[in-house]
Design a binder for this molecule. Sequence first.
Ligand code: FAD
Length: 511
Amino acid sequence: MLAAPQPQQKSDRSNHLFDAIIIGSGIGGLVTATQLAAKGAKVLVLESYLIPGGSAGYFEREGYRFDVGASMIFGFGTKGTTNLLTRALDAVNVSIETIADPVSVRYHLPAGLELKVHKDYEKYLQELTAYFPHERQGIRKFYDECWKVFNCLNVMELLSLEEPQYLARVFLQHPLACLGLVQYLPQNAGDIARRYIKDPQLLKFIDMECYFWSVVPAEKTPMINAGMVFSDRHYGGINYPKGGVGQIAQKLVDGLEKAGGQIQYKARVKKIITEKGKAIGVELANGKAIFAKRIISNATRWDTFEKLLPADEMPTAEKKWRQRYEKSPSFLSLHLGVEASVLPPGTDCHHILLEDWDKMEATEGTVLVSIPTLLDPDLAPEGYHIIHAFTPSWIQEWEGLPAKEYEEKKEAAAGRIIERLEKIFPGLDAGLDYMEVGTARSHRRFLGREDGTYGPIPKRKLMGLLGMPFNRTSIPGLYCVGDSTFPGQGLNAVAFSGFACAHRVAVDLGL
Ligand SMILES: Cc1cc2nc3c(=O)[nH]c(=O)nc-3n(C[C@H](O)[C@H](O)[C@H](O)COP(=O)(O)OP(=O)(O)OC[C@H]3O[C@@H](n4cnc5c(N)ncnc54)[C@H](O)[C@@H]3O)c2cc1C
């Protein structure tokens, strides 16, 4: 346990007592902060980097504005309750213009399985059924069951499942939807898929449908998350924020400040200060201590409980969580600027490439591609496009390399990915104008995520989402938010976690 603050720090405590300090300005942290500020709480966000957003941030090079990570954005719909990014921005009186994507992803898979996931549900089912006509019924039954999950979620206000009064209220308002969700909570998408589908190739395709966002095959992907993703892409749809993904965090910060909240950049939290076992403040890398009634960590659970708190005093619940979940790999990311002629007219924005089913989960197996300039051309100089290609990669492959070897290894890995992408985009190599390669080391350094991990994945098959922790932790006064909490990775998912966290904290603060 960290030592209690010294007398000097105590005077700071009474002078600058915040209701809540949020460690990190990822989308989970910012949604928590804005929600709390909108309720009148005095909040401070501390961000170690220069700009907000974390994995939803951006960087600019030679006229290109690259998204750091996320580009396929759910949650910008206009109806229902699952459009959490729209709602989070609305809550602090800001908004973003978005551009609708008619195709959420185009697959390039083994044995010539080439298909598009259209926003139009029926069109998508037709395209998939054309490859597997003998599974017509199974395909419809599986995806229709995903809609059942989504329809239950999409009628209720999504707040903290740790708040009994909210649970009672929502149950009284939507008893059937609640019972529906309780039924799906412990289930995984693979179990439901196998109930209706027998064709092994189609089951592999369903694995990929899950893997590209959950980083695990269908048998380990919670049905609640699958229901959200597989339905919302046809409902609210995939919508790209004009000006790039970084706009989401920037606008949330604008809203936060308008609502009276504060954010500090280049403010790395080194320690969470505890007193008699309760979290009461944070210590920054520059030694300054700041205190608050509640501390909320948007860092990963590994960073929170092994670095910001003493690892040898880890609460039992955290140790148990580590027996169920492990770190997913990070990514090798190629941020490319290319001549527009490389992309023929009608090219889709998001692609998934895999040549051998056995390599789906392997390092450099599945390649994910986003070309956001097809939706917002202003992100690149005229006559050029951005291609962001990324593929799973572990930190161990990049650790301990001297600078020259590290650069050579990056160059070689980029060459392999470009060679594979040439099959979809012939002439890519010749049309390259700019290239920057990020590794697991870059993700660790710039996103502050241990080993650069994309987030937690089940170590073995678990009971759906039941094993994911909510926002409260075993340490009084300390909460977690973001992709290490229910319901997991993705911008709309961490926004859900932010709504839930702010709700629970507000109730605890009596707001
Ligand atoms: C390559 C890639 C592609 C992706 N594609 C998509 C996609 O297409 N669609 C989608 O929805 N999602 C996608 N995701 C996932 C999505 O980006 C993440 O799940 C989500 O952004 C995580 O948000 P978060 O709130 O958990 O925090 P993070 O984004 O991890 O942000 C945490 C913040 O906390 C800060 N921080 C950490 N420790 C400290 C400290 N000690 N002191 C101060 N600050 C600290 C960090 O600097 C960071 O800004 C992608 C992710 C990656 C990496």
